[in-house]
Structures are given as structure tokens and as C-alpha cells.
Design a protein around this ligand. Structure first.
Ligand SMILES: C[S@@+](CC[C@H](N)C(=O)[O-])C[C@H]1O[C@@H](n2cnc3c(N)ncnc32)[C@H](O)[C@@H]1O
Length: 220
């Protein structure tokens, strides 16, 4: 995308995460996300992203100093927030979608952050995947699970998904890859609302949060 297109097709949206308490020392982080006015995947913030970012925000103490990979990051709201919360984050999107990798970089740039961005295509074992450090957490909003957790057996995959069909289930995949999954109720991290982080997302979309991890890390 050239500069001309950039200036005409990009709108910056702001998401503010803050403590609910009303004291003087209220903690607040605002993340600016440049969205490309294009209906393709990975060009704007999906409803799931703001819900996952809210989970990151509420659990930010667990992320401090930890290694985190965001997969299918698109405009990277959860990963960039995790960076601001003190995690060592790598952002990734499909190696075959350079415009999505550009979006990851653009969000970092707008937030004045230097975060590694790598092309990782689900299901492909590449040098970029193998070069990742051992991971504590993997973030993915509105993506399907891919078993790269194998190289980091204790990693947790924090993921949100949008309910689009009652027929879709990942149960067979969980069984196949020896994974377990915990559903996280939205109310437990104050995400049971149509408006998060001062935005109009997630709106009326049905978004669910779950944590996936290896059932028995030693049994590979
Ligand atoms: C529905 S969008 C969600 C984007 C972002 N996580 C969010 O919630 O705003 C799905 C993302 O997955 C990425 N993606 C799709 N297929 C992929 C693949 N095979 N490997 C890696 N990333 C992929 C897309 O480029 C896109 O950024």
C-alpha cells in the first residue's frame, strides 16, 4: 500500500482500558489502532479482539515480563495492549498476507512501540516459527487453534471467538492434539457488555473466551 492510499483509507480508532475504581490513581492505557477501510480480514478490529484485550487488561499482572505471541493478529489490539502492560510480545499474521503484517507494524508505530512482527502461517513449520522464544502465552482473537503450543508445552492459548454457527466445534481437534479447554465467563473479566474500552465493540455479537492448554504436557 502506498502513502497516498494510506492517507485516504486509514482511520485511527482509540480503545481506552481503565480501572473501574474512581480514585486519583486510576490506571489507564489507551491504544490507537489504525484501521484500513477495507472489509478483508485483518484490516480492522474484530469484536473478539476487544473482548480478548479486556481479558489481557484484567489479567495484566500475569503478563508482566512474560513471552507472548499473538497469532492472526491483524491490527493487533490484544498484543499491543499486552506490550504496554509489560509483556515481551511478538506479533504475527500469515506470511502470505503482507498487508496484514503491515497492519501489525502500523499499530506498533502509531503507539510508538517497537515490537517484532513475523509471518507465521498456521500449519506451516518455518524458520520464523522455530526461531520464536519459549512462550508463556499465545493470544488469538477470532482465529482457529493451531498446535504450535507443542514447542512451549506449558503455554496457555488465550482466545476469543465469535459464535457464527451452532454446528462448529473444536472438540475433535482438542482431543486430537491432547488439549484441554476452559470456558471463561465474560462477567469474570467485566466483558459482558456491548461497549468495551470506550468503543462500540463488541456490540451485539456473541463472543466467547476460552483458555486452551496441553492436557498432559509430558505426553507427546
Ligand atoms: C477474523 S481476522 C481477526 C483479526 C484480529 N485477530 C482481530 O480479532 O481483530 C483473522 C486473522 O487471521 C489471519 N489469518 C487468516 N488465515 C491465516 C493463516 N493461515 N495463518 C495465519 N494467520 C491467518 C488473518 O490475516 C486475520 O488477521
Amino acid at each position: 500500500m502506498n502513502e497516498h492510499e494510506d492517507s485516504h483509507n486509514i482511520a485511527v480508532k482509540r480503545f481506552t482500558f481503565e480501572e473501574e475504581c474512581k480514585d486519583e490513581l486510576r490506571t489507564r492505557i489507551t491504544i490507537s489502532v489504525p484501521e484500513v477501510l477495507d472489509p478483508q480480514y485483518g484490516m480492522y478490529v474484530w469484536p473478539c479482539a476487544v473482548v480478548l484485550a479486556q481479558y489481557v487488561w484484567i489479567h495484566r499482572a500475569e503478563l508482566e515480563g512474560k513471552t507472548v505471541l499473538e497469532i492472526g493478529a491483524g491490527v493487533s489490539l490484544p498484543g499491543v495492549l499486552a506490550t504496554r502492560c509489560g509483556a515481551q510480545v511478538t506479533l504475527s499474521d500469515s506470511a502470505e498476507l503482507p498487508h496484514c503484517l503491515d497492519n501489525c507494524r502500523r499499530t506498533c508505530q502509531v503507539n510508538q512501540l517497537s515490537v517484532p512482527v513475523v509471518g507465521i502461517t498456521w500449519g506451516q513449520v518455518t524458520s520464523s516459527l522455530l526461531a520464536l522464544p519459549a512462550l508463556d502465552f499465545i493470544l488469538g482473537s477470532d482465529v482457529f487453534y493451531e498446535p504450535e503450543v507443542e514447542r512451549s508445552p506449558h503455554a496457555q492459548f488465550w482466545t476469543t471467538y465469535q459464535e457464527r454457527s451452532a454446528d462448529w466445534s473444536i472438540e475433535a481437534l482438542l482431543h486430537k492434539w491432547n488439549l484441554k479447554c476452559a470456558d471463561i465467563p465474560l462477567e469474570s473479566f467485566r466483558a459482558n457488555t456491548e461497549h468495551l474500552a470506550g468503543s462500540s465493540l463488541p456490540g451485539s455479537h456473541t463472543v466467547q473466551m476460552m483458555i486452551i492448554s496441553l492436557k498432559e504436557p509430558w505426553k507427546r
